[in-house]
Design a protein around this ligand. Sequence first.
Ligand code: AMP
Ligand code: MG
Length: 348
Amino acid sequence: MKTEKKRYKIKEFSTFFLALPVLFCLLFCNGCSKSFQKTVTTFACDTVVTITYYDKKDEKAVNDALSYLSELELVFSRTKENSELYALNEALHKGEDFVVGKDLYQALVMSYEAAKESDGAFDFTLGNVSDLWNFTGETPHVPDAAVLAEALSHTGCEKIHLEGIFVTDAEESNPGGIVSSEDASLSVDLGGMAKGYMGQKLKEQLMEAGVTSALLNLGGNVVAIGKKPDGTKFQIGIAKPEKDSSEYVSTVGIANEAAVTSGIYQRYFEENGKWYHHILDPKTGVPVESDVASVTVIYRDSGMADILSTTMFVTGPDYAETYVKNCPQDITVIYVMKDGSLKEFSNK
Ligand code: AMP
Ligand code: MG
């Protein structure tokens, strides 16, 4: 077996999830009373996952997709001790190199490139810092400043090295890669993109199985396959960014795209009257403080949409405006500001 390695040097500098759905899927089927529609619901990746489909023949494909989701969860969970990401972090903490499979490698490369492109606003090495805040635990709290500074010194994408393995005479040209880090205290956290990545993989598998119309919702990361059977777009509601709100401030139509939101109301806690949410400024290790309440990205690749929503929450609207202008693919970005106003950028 001939192998060839490609080395990615990382110049710039993520936790799993429990997201209250911040995007509502409005699945009312206007004027199609005779058509079939079924939604299956499961709980995976610490969140509620639904798949809505419109053709009885797709039942097997949808069940297969749910099994695939369980497999992917065992790749990307940062908390499950039998996951691949958990094993990667354990190996890095022992100073060892670790061979990862195709999906984890692809997600790491996407994250690394996003870190470079965003000048570190997207940072998948914030695991130790996120752990200190403990947003997913029962007792989240503001960490001690000195402890936070110490954890922050063990972050930085430039400290991670990725070497792709290309097997030239095998069917699978890119089976994965080798991950290493010079900092044994660094922890990889793909919470800013993993649900989006998984949604994209489920979509691809469903489409390969012949599904032409379906809507996936992984805790507010919404992925459309095609359009609704009546030829109209899926209508997605953008949540009003208020505690426990089930109202929405705007709706957006998506066809064959993903709509992913990052916001202050997904994971948070309050301490001494102050609100702390889970998206961190990689420069300080504390939750981003700005006028932004949420940002929704509509883009054809769900993994990328997830990366961009986290990035654009950190950077704010000016970066998003320039990004949208220069993006060769169709993209729409909708900010909901804390004062309730909306800012929308689109190149469609
Ligand atoms: P999302 O809801 O997609 O914006 O992702 C938020 C999750 O990503 C957090 O719960 C952390 O696990 C992780 N995270 C926090 N801050 C960042 C950041 N600046 N860059 C990348 N991932 C982050
Ligand atoms: Mg994200």
